[in-house]
Design a binder for this molecule. Structure first.
Ligand SMILES: Cc1ncc(COP(=O)(O)O)c(C=O)c1O
Length: 383
């Protein structure tokens, strides 16, 4: 089976992990953690990086430090992996789900803009201006753009909206390490950006995440909160409810090795994307995700639209080509079905019903890509 997206471990992963084992530094302290944090922050063009167990907990911490509470709303796209929404719900806040653009599959900012104009009032409470929803009376505290599949929406427009309504931007950049918008790295636009290093990401630590920010105070607080909020190195004094969300040294060691290999892996992904685009163009009714000329995408997971998604999915998986459908839209899941969902044409549902992801590992070979394309063409030839 040609796998969907598996790690590529051809660098110094063994050497660095062995170093952890040889020295006994396998757990929550150790130099690889700091090194990994810095590598990711520098790469993303942010001042500070805070390693954590995974992207989901990183998003949770970012919500807490943005001051999101159970009385608030947080804006998020309706097409995302569930972790984005879970992180909002951990704080008790209520999501406002925004349908996505039918071309680039990112949050539809025109729809959001119009919705906020009609449904929000700004209030000055104790010198702090915030946007409040006219019907629920809840404060809208933050917006979470998700850089779906490593593509990026119009960050200038998003920033304009966030400024106008005093929203904190928390970027779910979990899929977007290596993606740029107008030359600026994903994750560096907002108050926080969060990256994931789980097994299917462009680089992996097995499981892991890094929160990035340019704010020193917030960076310190993020480190504090992810490490049980301990204030003294000696005594067990903790000054708030913290979390054991730290990334262990042995996983950070893998991360350091992976970051060293990252430029190569990113190149491979881009080559893969070009190969698929040029060889699948015009095949059946295949439609690609639109990537604007402002975006230099990391081409994380090759996904396209076809009305024959279900049949193709079955055919590929039955013929040695692992493929997957796209996420069920958030508004269709039981836990979120009573949350606000803003849409005109329900593009989310169309994307869900038609999108399919095909093998996209950074280490995919030319022969494997040829097999994938040949198998897809064979399917359409049967129709
Ligand atoms: C869009 C999105 N958000 C959040 C996450 C959560 O990251 P993690 O699996 O590291 O918790 C992922 C990846 O799994 C993701 O794809």
């Amino acid at each position: 089976m040609i796998p969907l997206s598996v790690p590529f471990l051809n660098g110094k992963e063994w050497e660095y992990v062995k170093d952890c084992l040889d020295t006994g530094w396998i757990s929550s302290a150790g130099s690889y953690v700091n090194q990994f944090e810095q590598q990711v922050a520098v790469y993303a063009g942010a001042k500070y990086g805070i390693a954590c167990m995974n992207g989901t907990v990183g998003l949770h911490i970012a919500q807490i430090l943005s001051g999101v509470t159970s009385d608030d709303h947080v804006i998020a796209p309706n097409i995302t992996f569930i972790a984005t929404l879970n992180a909002i719900k951990y704080t008790g806040a209520s999501p406002i789900l925004i349908d996505v653009d039918p071309q680039n599959w990112q949050m539809d900012l025109n729809l959001l803009d119009k919705y906020l104009k009609e449904n929000v009032v700004r209030k000055n409470i104790n010198g702090e201006i915030n946007a409040f929803h006219k019907v629920t009376n809840k404060r809208i505290k933050a917006i979470m753009p998700v850089h779906v599949l490593g593509n990026i929406g119009d960050m200038n427009y998003l920033q304009e909206i966030a400024d106008l309504y005093h929203l904190d931007i928390i970027e779910d950049s979990t899929e977007a390490l290596g993606s740029l918008f107008q030359g600026k790295h994903a994750g560096s636009f907002g108050k926080f950006g969060v990256f994931s290093f789980n097994g299917n990401k462009i680089i992996s630590t097995g499981g892991g995440g890094v929160i990035v920010t340019n704010d020193e105070e917030l960076a310190k607080k993020a480190k504090h909160l992810t490490t049980q909020a301990k204030v003294s190195t000696m005594e067990y004094i903790h000054d708030e409810i913290g979390y054991n969300y730290r990334l262990v040294n042995v996983l950070a060691a893998i991360g350091v090795a992976q970051m060293e290999e990252f430029p190569l892996l990113l190149d491979n992904k881009k080559r893969m994307d070009q190969y698929y685009r040029s060889n699948l163009e015009g095949v059946g009714d295949i439609e690609f995700q639109f990537v604007s000329s402002d975006v230099d995408a990391n081409c994380w997971l090759f996904t396209f639209k076809t009305r024959h998604m279900k049949g193709l999915l079955e055919y590929l998986n039955g013929n040695g080509v692992q493929s997957r459908p796209f996420w069920v839209p958030m508004n269709q899941l039981e836990m979120f079905k009573n949350d606000i969902y803003i849409t005109k044409l329900n593009n989310s549902n169309n994307i869900y019903k038609t999108c399919i992801s095909i093998p996209s590992s950074a280490g995919i070979t030319q022969a494997e890509m040829e097999t994938v394309v040949k198998t897809i063409k064979a399917f359409y030839a049967l129709l």
